[in-house]
Every structure is written in structure tokens, then in C-alpha cells.
Write a new protein. Structure first.
Lengths: 387, 387
């Protein structure tokens, strides 16, 4: 029986994870979970899975739920999140929180020698160097949950790592893949949230349309697989059937494919190196799908993927700034405070203005992350005041 | 330095193998090779690779070459082929002979504890059960060279074998994939030899158009990977880019893809589990290829693939009969003795008339193979005499 901590249980990846756990009660126990805001969903999860510890976003929620479920321990805030991440009986922590808030609990979980199923790509983007050092120091497994990274991880199993040539990450192209830049001027939040292939959270769907999501994935892949940026390629693949692939020096490509179903990489991360039967799988018939297309990524059409390579190659805290700025502006766009193209504008501005600190360490990275957020938030406020 | 015996050096797979060896002189030595008929090519190979032993098809060739290359040992006939297969210093025997003549030398090589790089699929089709028993008994590696089986073998590396669901073999569809059965009545040998994707030997190109080649591959896969026929699927894939794939119970598919270049699976078989750099690789750019298509196999259009499953499931000597009959009729078609559709007719007739022997063993299998050849040859002669 594998004991799971699920951080971010009420989001999209959280829901898929709970479905996986519910389908394999003989394999998995949900020992603890966290949620931010959705107390009603949290209540249902408690009833369905009877966890021992629940980390709430806010103290009031913890107090409310304690009255309803007196036998369960409730905590709240960042401290509560960390308590869930290091909960003693837990074997593996699935980090499904969106954004840089995932960094600290992930770090603490590694230090508590928990294996990590990583769905929070911001953790590696912000602080990949330090996280990977910790992973090696504490000898834990860091298992990717992102479908692209899970695909690459699956493709690399049993292969000659020395003969690896390129990682090839597929990109659906997002909601606006067929729009020119001129057509992007007046797009709305609702249009942006209409992803062609995947049903995901709001922020990641926005990031998918700006290609920031793919940029974050490139940086994540760099750290996760220890591959130089020159050997990480992005290819447009509208159908999202091939989840990613690897190329070897002998000319062979190994690809992982399947339905657009997050339960698959989640199940794999939780059972690795074994595979379990997927209960009620999404229908998948390649002959019926019939056509898979592949196209070159257009780095002029999507400047933020070009910028991701740039910040990645610069290294240090540049990816941190890229990610922090994007998190603020993507959420500002969702809150209808800025236009779609302003997302790009502010991210580029934040990166351009950034000056690298000397003798970087994890504390300074967290400082830079916060400073970037404050700065970009201020820009947006100033712009709103002008209007 | 890996020491290679190459059986069938002057054919198509032989030529690809020699190219691989020539490109990696620091890795491979050609210790010995065999050829059947093409003495001029044999001469060139001797000059390029300086082998110690050469097995000729006929005694006269051996005597002729001995005069030209007095320091090299020459042998001939089946005995010579076996001498090459068991040549003492050899590490791995690549069997690139076409047809059932490959069986005996392969068996002898296994008994001499040589690893086998198997490009001769007829060996497993004829006598898969007995070959696999020998492989396990003598503890040798049996490495597939067929691009489809190499692909499956590559996809299975590092994966949870217990979670395997299906093998999915891709089929280009051959020269006549877009012709109806009615349109097949008057097709010529030259039309049949015009394969859309692969440049191969004549017999295999004919077999590809009748889907017998895919049928043989299904039977080969059954023995090689120990998978029931119910879990071996064939899918039409015109571009021959995805060389084959495997499906797991968790919904994941792993596929191997790349250029249509036989040097790739050959190099992999010779370096497994490592991979070496492919020198002068064929150009391969998925974004330029752009479209991969997958379609259901039409078992009515291609009755000989349906028959392959049937003989495979019946087991015993039925695949032997299927293969032997096809070998005779495919060559009769190449020799312009029978019409294209007569290939199907005679193979079906041979299988239908076959009655299984009791207490089958390898000797009986070889007898049945020969008896089938005699019988089908007689049918063709009788038909010719009637005309």
C-alpha cells in the first residue's frame, strides 16, 4: 500500500489524482492532502478518502472543518502545506499546486526523504539547480507528472543515456495556434481558456496559448533530465497524441503516445517502475484518429518560447524572473486587468530589466521571485491607475 | 571489438550490414560471411573486409576464389554456411539469408553459443517453438533486425513486461495498398517490385504487397516476444515512419520511429544494449514529413494476413506450410510463371490441404517444409503444362 500526500487536491491535476486513487483502493491510500479555497470539494475528499491530515489554505477553513470532522487533524497556510508534505507515514508527495508556492513544501518533502511526483513545474523553473542538488543529496526519486516529461521519462527507460541526442517536446499550440499576432490584439479571457485538446486549470491554459507553458517545460526538462538547451527541441503537434519523444545518436526516436488523459502520467508516477491497469480509460484508437501532424515551432509567432530558451541559457535567477513575472501577468489577464498581448510585454520587460545577483543561493532566489512579483504587480497597478 | 559472421552478405540486408561495419571499423570485424550467387560482390567484400572464412553457395565459386585469395579459407553449400555460423572467434551471427535455408545455420550457431542478430524471419516462422527453446537452453541473445521487431524490442526495454497489453506492428501496405482486389488481376512483377517506402530484396517486396511479409512478422513477433496472437495487432501506416509500437495496460503507448533505413536496426542489434552514432544518417525531419497516417488493416483486402493469424493460432507445422508454400509461389511469380493472384490461391490451398502430424519435432518440421515445397512446385508445373 503506497501512502500519498496530495498537495493541491481541488485543482485539475488533483481531481485526476483522486480518480486514480479511487480506482486503486488496494494500491494507494490518501494520507493527507492540501487545498486552497474550495472547502466544499475538500469536504467531499475527506468523506471519500478519510485522510489523517488536511492542510487548508486559511485558518477559518481549518476551524470549520475541525468541527465537522473532529477525528481528523487540520492545519493551514504555508506551515500546514509543509506539514502535509513531510507527514511521517507518507511515501510519495504529489505536488499539484500551481505556481511558485509549490517550491517550499517540495523542498521540505525532499529533505524528509519523500519521493516526489512533480506536477508543479514552477518548482524546477524557479530553482532547478538547487532542487536537483537536494534530490541527489537525499537520494529521493523525482518523478515527472507533466504529460510531456512523463513521456520523456518513459522513453528514456532502459535506453543508453550516453547515446541521447535530443529531447523533443510536443506542443499543441494552444488556443490561438491558428491566429496571427495581429489577430491577438483583442482576444478575450474566455477565448483563451478554450484549449483544443486538454482540459486543464485556467493559468496553465493561458500559459499554453502564450507558449509560456512550453517554455517552462523546456526549462523543467533541462533540469529533470540534465540535458543542455541546445538539445531540447519543441515541435508543434496539434493532436497532442504523441506526448513527447527522445532522439538517439543512432537515428532512433522513441515516442510515448496515448489519450490526452492526465490520469496516465499520474498513475505511472505513482507506480513507477511498474505499470498498473488504467480503470475506465479514455477511448484511444490510432486508426480512428488517423492523422498525426508535426510542424516547426514558430519562434516569431510565440516570442515567449524564444525568451524561455534565452533565460534558460542565461541560467541563475533569470528563469525565476520569467516565471514570476508570467505568473502575475497571466493571473492579471484572467482577472481582466490587462490585455492578452500585455502578458508578453510585461514578461519581456521584467526579464530585460533583471540584473543578476552575485553568489546566488536558494534564499536569494526566493527573494528575487518575490521582488519580481511586487514589481510586476506595481506595473499593472500603475497602468490601471493611468486608465 | 565485436566479431561478426554475416550470412547472406550480398543481399539487401547484407549490404546495409556491411555499410554499418565499414562505418565502425573500431567496433566491428567481419570474421566470416556467406554468399549464394554474386561472386563479384563477394570479391569486393573480401577486399574491403579481409575475412578469415568465406562460405560460397557453390563449390566452383569456392575453388575460383581460393585461387584469387590463397590466404583465406573457402567453403561451400549448406556445410559451408554452417561452418561460417559456428566459426570459433565469432561473437554474433547476423542471419540475412532470405527463406527457410536460414534455419539450420541459425540452429547450429545457437548451439555454438553465438548471439544471433535475426534478419531471417522464416527461421522463427518455420520453427519458432524449437528455436526459442534452444535460445533459452544455450542462453544466447536473439536480437531482432527486422525494423518492426527491432522497434518493438526497443520499446520494451526498461518497461514493465507484465503490464504489456498489445504489440502493434505497422504495415506500409506495400505496392498495391490503393488497389482493389479486382485491380490486382493483371498486375506485373515490375509493378509489384515498386515498394513505396523501403528498398528491399525482391521476395520481401512481393511479400509486402501480399501482406504475407506482415503475416510472417506477426508469427515472428509471437515467438520472439512470447505474446499471444490476440495481442498482436497490425495497423496500416503508409509513411513507414513509426516502425512499430507497444501498448501497456495503463494506456501508454511506446513507439519507435525514424528513417526507413535498415542500418538502424542492424546497428542496434550489433551494439545492444548500447547505441552507437549512425554515420551519414538518412535525413529525417518530422516537421518536414508533417503527416503520419494510421488506418485499420483490411483483412478482406489482404486474405493472406488473415491466414497468417489462422496458421499462427493453429500452431505446430501450420506456419511452416504457410511460409514454405509462399516461398515457392512468390518466387514463381518473380519468375513470371504464375499470376499475382495465384500467389494467394496456392498458399491458401497448401494450408487447407495440410494435415497436422502427431508428435511434431524439428526433424518433422523440416520434412513438412520440404514436402510442402515439392507439392507446391508440382502444382505450378502441372499448371504450366496445362497452358
Amino acid at each position: 500500500m503506497k501512502k500519498i500526500a496530495l498537495l493541491g487536491a481541488t485543482g485539475s491535476v488533483g481531481a485526476s489524482t483522486l480518480d486514480v486513487l479511487a480506482n486503486h483502493p488496494e494500491k494507494f491510500t490518501l494520507s493527507t492532502f492540501s487545498f486552497y479555497n474550495n472547502i466544499q470539494k475538500a469536504r467531499e475528499i475527506i468523506q471519500d478518502f478519510s485522510p489523517q491530515l488536511v492542510a487548508c489554505g486559511f485558518l477559518e477553513q481549518a476551524m470549520q472543518l475541525k468541527r465537522e470532522f473532529p477525528k481528523i487533524t487540520f492545519t493551514s497556510g504555508m506551515e500546514g502545506l509543509i506539514q502535509a508534505a513531510v507527514f511521517e507515514e507518507v511515501d510519495i508527495v504529489l505536488t499539484a499546486i500551481t505556481g511558485s508556492i509549490g517550491l517550499k513544501p517540495t523542498l521540505k518533502a525532499i529533505e524528509a526523504r519523500k519521493d516526489i511526483a512533480l506536477a508543479n513545474k514552477e518548482t524546477l523553473v524557479m530553482a532547478g539547480k538547487w532542487i536537483m542538488e537536494k534530490v541527489h543529496e537525499y537520494g529521493v526519486k523525482l518523478l515527472p507528472v507533466d504529460s510531456e516529461h512523463s513521456a520523456i521519462f518513459q522513453c528514456l527507460q532502459g535506453q543508453d543515456a550516453k547515446a541521447l541526442k535530443n529531447l523533443i517536446i510536443t506542443a499543441s499550440g494552444g488556443s490561438f495556434r491558428d491566429k496571427t499576432r495581429a489577430e491577438l490584439v483583442n482576444v478575450t479571457v474566455d477565448e483563451t481558456l478554450n484549449h483544443p485538446n486538454w482540459s486543464m486549470g485556467k493559468k496553465i491554459t493561458i500559459d499554453s496559448s502564450t507558449m509560456v507553458n512550453k517554455g517552462l517545460e523546456v526549462i523543467e526538462a533541462h533540469f529533470l533530465f540534465n540535458v543542455p538547451y541546445e538539445n531540447i527541441q519543441v515541435i508543434l503537434h496539434r493532436q497532442s497524441i504523441v506526448h513527447s519523444m527522445v532522439e538517439f545518436k543512432d537515428g532512433a526516436y522513441i515516442a510515448q503516445l496515448g489519450a490526452s488523459d492526465m490520469r496516465e502520467p499520474i498513475l505511472y508516477a505513482l507506480t513507477y517502475p511498474k505499470r498498473e491497469v488504467m480503470i475506465a480509460p479514455k477511448a484511444f484508437d490510432l486508426a480512428q484518429i488517423n492523422t498525426l501532424q508535426f510542424e516547426q515551432m514558430d519562434f516569431n509567432r510565440f516570442p515567449l518560447i524564444a525568451l524561455a530558451y534565452e533565460v534558460g541559457k542565461k541560467g541563475g535567477s533569470f528563469p525565476t524572473v520569467y516565471n514570476a513575472a508570467n505568473e502575475i501577468v497571466a493571473n492579471a489577464f484572467i482577472a481582466r486587468k490587462i490585455s492578452y498581448l500585455a502578458i508578453e510585454e510585461y514578461v519581456i520587460k521584467a526579464v530585460n530589466e533583471h540584473q543578476e545577483m552575485q553568489e546566488l543561493n536558494l534564499e536569494k532566489i526566493i527573494e528575487i521571485d518575490l521582488a519580481t512579483r511586487r514589481k510586476v504587480t506595481k506595473w499593472i497597478k500603475e497602468m490601471e491607475e493611468k486608465l
